[in-house]
Design a protein around this ligand. Structure first.
Ligand code: MRU
Length: 367
């Protein structure tokens, strides 16, 4: 765990509030105001977003370095932003959306042709729908102050995550053991998270939970990022190898919550590679399987999962663990970054507008 200490107790001391009235009031204050990712540093507690804009430049946590190093990088041009998205300095669908919005704002500030910037940003990662959603939004609002539009967009994501958290927390009972895959936490969503938001809020409501964190090969977003967020939040958890999920689903997991990169109109959805097998295992073992995502992740123009473009990344991510090559020289690898889970495996989609069954998205479609 790098330079950060483990959160021994969540900083707001929920335990101290024994009176029910006080507890409700306290929860309200926490849920409505303090929706920040908590990072513990040697200098104390820090509230921080995954990315934000400051004095004309974008600041972002370099997610490639966590959990060993907590470093904020500065991004000054749309081209630098495109690189930060491609190399996964910034990652996770809603954070990629915010990064795309900020990238367009950086281009606007420097009087760059916005269509040119849009083309470069769109070419970074093909699967996450939020990226395309954000770029299109910026193009339609190009007569306005795009820095403000991008800031509002990022604030909007955080607010959506708060609502997803509140809706999803209703699914979590005291004592539940929850499995998650990849990182759909604050790092992936500017703040708070999608899949992790219900867990954060359940914890803040005083529920005792335990999280099984899939390590998520090849890039290990679960072991590196989700575990880091849960540790900072003081949520009890254990990292499991991806191969162990079936073993634990037999008897130990009460529900699974994952994020999504793109949800097709029929409810098929793309998420980090390995999600599909977890969904099949969940169904086989009678474990409810929920997908938490904001409406910006729904792609109503894509009819089914067959039409979702799956990003392929470098073979090295599979052939190596970090910088260390584990596979024989001469062996090749295949590295699809996402897979598509058919809608029939999904118990419900937890959104900011409520929980929906696959295919019952009529009220979510923008008029
Ligand atoms: O390749 P990544 O790390 O960007 O993939 C992230 C995921 O698959 C997340 O589960 C998804 O983006 C949802 S984030 C709220």
């Amino acid at each position: 765990m790098g330079p950060f200490a483990v959160a021994d107790e969540y900083p707001f001391g929920l335990k101290a509030l024994s009176q029910p009235g006080l507890r409700i009031l306290y929860c309200r204050i926490v849920l409505t105001r303090v929706v920040k990712m908590i990072v513990r540093t040697p200098k104390g507690r820090k509230d921080v977003r995954a990315l934000w804009m400051e004095r004309g430049a974008v600041k972002a946590i370099d997610q490639r370095l966590l959990p060993n190093q907590f470093k904020i990088v500065t991004i000054r041009t749309y081209k630098e932003m495109a690189k930060a998205i491609s190399d996964m300095t910034i990652r996770g669908a809603p954070s990629i959306g915010a990064a795309a919005a900020y990238g367009m704002a950086l281009a606007w500030q420097k009087d760059v042709d916005l269509k040119k910037a849009a083309k470069v940003i769109r070419a970074t990662r093909p699967t996450a729908h939020d990226l395309f959603y954000a770029v299109n939004l910026m193009l339609t609002r190009c007569d306005e102050d795009l820095v403000k539009v991008a800031d509002d967009y990022a604030d909007g994501i955080v607010e959506m995550c708060r609502r997803i958290g509140e809706n999803g927390a209703k699914l979590i009972k005291n004592g539940d053991r929850i499995l998650t895959h990849c990182n759909a936490g604050a790092l992936a969503t500017v703040d708070l998270g999608t899949a992790l938001a219900p867990m954060r809020i359940a914890k803040r409501q005083g529920k005792k939970i335990f999280v099984y964190v899939d390590e998520t090969r090849p890039r290990l977003q679960g072991a590196k990022l989700t575990a880091w967020e849960l540790l900072n939040e003081g949520i009890d958890h254990a990292i499991i190898s991806d191969n162990a999920a079936g073993h634990f689903m037999k008897d130990d997991v009460d529900l699974a919550i994952v994020g999504a990169d793109r949800i097709a109109r029929n409810g098929d959805f793309a998420n980090k590679i390995g999600t599909y097998s977890k969904a099949v295992l969940a169904k086989e073992n009678g474990v409810p399987f929920y997908v938490a995502a904001p409406v910006s992740t729904f792609d109503f123009y894509t009819k089914t999962g067959k039409d979702i473009v799956i990003e392929e990344r470098s073979e090295d991510e599979v052939l190596c663990v970090g910088d260390y090559r584990v596979a024989p020289r001469g062996s090749r690898a295949l590295n699809p970054c996402f897979d598509v889970t058919p809608a029939r495996y999904v118990t419900g989609f937890v959104t900011e507008k409520g929980i929906f069954k696959p295919g019952q998205f009529e009220t979510l479609v923008p008029k």
